[in-house]
Design a protein around this ligand. Structure first.
Ligand code: F6P
Length: 323
């Protein structure tokens, strides 16, 4: 093997740079060049890449985002575009592709392998932690820590003024960030897309809590919650409770920033192991995590099973210990 390619795809996640760095250096140690495709599958389709050598990945491990860029690339759903991209990649001498992203990105990677026999390996990178076959995705730990820091700050105002706060965290399809943030920040309630009909329970809980004299109430809402995110929830719950409230939407603040130690470590392991898998002839695998250790999981299973169930037990825990 003389040359591999790597791309980052979908929403950027803190730790993606650490994964690229590890992949580049593991490849280089084996005498393999690494082509970094720019802006995800968009650059792959357009044959836009740069060769990334050992020195080019100095000082990136601590940076959020992805220095080779990312995109969501609907064109890649077109089989004709995939065929042209696979041919182009071969013509450039790129013998395998590492894809850092979520399950949509892996679907594209798997199609390349199945239709054009391109060796591919997946590295789960998304703040949403919603990839089947891995306990953690790169970026989740940093995003939750960022969200918790923000909630802690809002808590000061909630405590000082007695106002209720509805705080929206990211997760269009996934409640993972919301559930972990709620427990870690001591929220009074949490609403996520995967659990419906939680409203009446939440309203009852908040009323009881106000009666008991609790002053500060934080309700964490996942962006994809059916009532329309934090604004929708605030309207429904705030009106029922008749208590003054404010809404805070954390948005993309959660996606950026210096990756946590955890994200740097799991990304570094995954980047190195993805290269190893391809070099040793194992293709169509994702480097996931199970029980604190990296594991290879067939991409076909990841794509087939899609969105894993989040820790809904954390919903009850958050409420039970919120006081
Ligand atoms: O990549 C995951 C994610 O951060 C989701 O949590 C969020 O819904 C989405 O990306 C936002 O995407 P965009 O930046 O394209 O608006």
């Amino acid at each position: 093997m003389k040359r591999l390619g790597i791309l980052t795809s979908g929403g950027d996640a803190p730790g993606m740079n650490a994964a690229i760095r590890a992949a580049v250096r593991s490849a280089s140690a084996r005498g393999i060049e690494m082509a970094g495709y720019l802006n995800g599958f968009t650059g792959f389709v357009a044959n836009r890449y740069q060769l990334i050598d050992d020195r080019a990945v100095a000082n990136v491990i601590q940076r959020g985002g992805t220095f080779i860029g990312t995109s969501r690339c609907p064109e890649f759903l077109d089989p004709g575009i995939r065929a042209a991209a696979a041919a182009q990649m071969r013509a450039e001498g790129v013998e395998g592709l590492l894809v850092v992203g979520g399950d949509g990105s892996f679907r594209g990677a798997l199609a390349l392998q199945d239709e054009h026999q391109v060796p591919v390996a997946g590295i789960p990178g998304t703040i949403d932690n919603d990839v089947w076959g891995t306990d953690e995705t790169i970026g989740f730990d940093t995003a939750v820590n960022t969200a918790v820091l923000a909630v802690d700050q809002v808590r000061d105002t909630s405590e000082s003024t007695g106002m209720m706060f509805f705080i929206e965290v990211m997760g269009r399809r996934s409640g993972a960030i919301a559930l972990h943030t709620a427990v870690a920040a001591g929220a009074a309630g949490v609403l996520v897309p995967e659990a419906r009909d939680e409203f009446s329970k939440l309203i009852k809980h908040l009323k009881r809590s106000i009666e008991r004299g609790k002053r500060s109430h934080i309700i964490v809402v996942a962006e994809g919650e059916q009532a329309g995110g934090a604004f929708g929830v605030a309207k429904l719950v705030g009106e029922a409770i008749k208590s003054p409230y404010r809404v805070v939407v954390l948005g993309h603040i959660q996606r950026g920033g210096r990756p946590s130690v955890r994200d740097r470590v799991i990304a570094s392991e995954a980047g190195a192991l993805a290269v190893k898998a391809l070099v040793e002839g194992r293709t169509g695998v994702m480097i996931g995590r199970n029980g604190g250790r990296p594991v290879e999981v067939p991409l076909a299973d990841v794509v087939r099973n899609q969105h894993p169930a989040p820790r809904l037990d954390l919903l009850a825990l958050a409420e039970a210990i919120s006081g």
